[in-house]
Design a protein around this ligand. Sequence first.
Ligand code: CA
Length: 709
Amino acid sequence: MRASAVVLTGIAALALSACGPSDTELNGHGASGNVAAPPAPAAVDSQRLLAADNEPGEWMAPGRTYSEQRFSPLKQINDSNVHELGLAWYFDLNTHRGVESSPLVIDGVMYTISAWNVTYAIDARTGKQIWRYDPQVDRARARFLCCDVVNRGISAWKGKIYLTTIDGRLIALDARTGTPVWSTQTFDKTWPYTSTGATRVFDGKVIIGNAGGEYGVRGYVTAYDAESGEQLWRFYTVPGDPAKGFESKAMEMAAKTWTGEWWKQGGGGTAWDAIVYDPELKLIYIGTGNGSPHAQAYRSPGGGDNLFLASIVAVRWDTGEYVWHYQEVPGDSWDFTATMPIILADLQIDGKLRKVLMQAPKNGFFYVLDRVTGELISAEKFTPVNLWATHIDLKTGRPAITREARYGIEPVLLTPSVAGAHNWNPMAYNPMTGLVYFPAQEHWWPFSIDPDYKVPDGPAQRTSTGTGGPMTPKRMELMKLADSREKGWLTAWDPVKQKEVWRVPHERAGNGGVLTTAGNLVFEGTAARTFAAFRADTGEKLWEMPVQTVPMAGPITYMLDGEQYVAVNAGWGGGMAMAELRGGRGMHRSDARVLVFKLGAKGELPPLPDRPPIPLPPPSTASQEVIAKGADLYARTCANCHGPQAVSGGVIKDLRHMTAQTHAMFNDIVLKGTMSGLGMASFANVLSESDAEAIHAYVIARANDEWNR
Ligand code: CA
């Protein structure tokens, strides 16, 4: 499995750097020529990162510091003047897809990564592009992305910028020119892996996990040498085939908690976001993902905890050797990943200063762990949790899972849902208020076992998570109920008392990540397509600006020439645009942009383009039987991206709105991959011609439902 890096020199590097913008991604605003780069770009090393508070004007790592608190000591912009904030500049990212990364700002240069892994260096004062790098990813890989063609961030180390691509490359770019220095393939592409996490560099090691838990893969995290790209260590998060021997004692231990032949379907446990370094304890904390497939009955039929699914695992930073683990969701069947952001802090708890890590994962409990030992200190609900678990037993550390939560073929309405009570959106901890801020939500979903699930006969064949089932009247009714109960808000949580201190209700779920500052502020993008600032101590809204799209990513702040800026990548998309029942409805497909604000600025965004009229659908002439078959196939194969019940979340094409020309091409698009360049791969390996026709009939019926309403 040891992969060696391809060092790109000479012709290869020239060829890659010469990859210009594609037709659909020509850069507009901010593209007017190159500007001179500063003398030593991205000169970040351990010394600078460990002393990041001495340079509060910089944002040198995804969460600013190793603790990933996303707290900035800057306070020029504060609770008394934030109402004067305005748009200083913006930079078009030339995509309508989701943007989930936080930019870096190092020595006057902003680095950021957008949809399809297109990466930019931008003058942080003016918004002028310095370079643009398009890794030309295989867009057909989008079929194996549960949640859009996103990426959650890049990192910098000694003159290089590191990114991962959805097709699994880890690439080091020369920070001055955006030219690749080395590139290495981090997974076997015959399995449905993807890679969307932020890269992180810890003392000369680049760490990256992967994604694909919805499609059948085995999770792992790999460390590479930042200079050469050479693989240093790999930590698997779930055991492989015992007949082939275990990679470590930890895997041998984990295998005892699995039953059946889980390895044939990967098992899951993918680490697709939170990986945090503790320079003092020399540990790396890895948040792991859900089981694959979701339904434990199809994954580990005899039950078991299934280590290390939905866990936080501590490993040694230099060897990747297991140290401790805490499993949040034993025997996961609910897609309750523990990959959500992890924050490190030292908190006074019961009169003692404890080294803790904090996480608010999908399952709706806020966890505080002792990060030295992995001991659970406390866990309380931050959203309604109706059935999954009544509480977490502090003695055993285990959730009290209810019998009803272990759903069968009949759908059971649960909250939180697969979308989570809190998802990947960055949270922040402000040591001045002692509060943790994050976007929370109440989101419901009917869970059931798919009675027709078949174990795939090879990798990359799957389109089901083992859950779901026919669209019965009961399921329809539960989905309507789920829709009516959806809520989203900004939470301020006291991690010591384990209780909510304030909340700001939002229009709906799907709100953005947060930044908090010494200016007594919390910044957040909202699902109402605004960017807003709140008082960190009380939650009072102090400023808000409409920005045409949802800034989902974590905002950052930086200082240049004595002036403080706040920046955020704004681009609606990702999992919530696909999972949310209401979020994207009626939402304008708008341009993703980097937005940068400062006091007294008066910049404006260009007006939104006119929405094209919705085309009249062809008449619905298929039989009810064919439409019902199409509904079932749609739910299994298409809904994940195109939205439940053929209602798109405002990012991927709403299939009810196809033109006559697209209708005519329907089968070719689905079976021949005519539009794979846009991310719509062929599904010929799982759908027949009559299947595609049934799906088409269903979509036409849904379009007529809408038109006639
Ligand atoms: Ca998942």
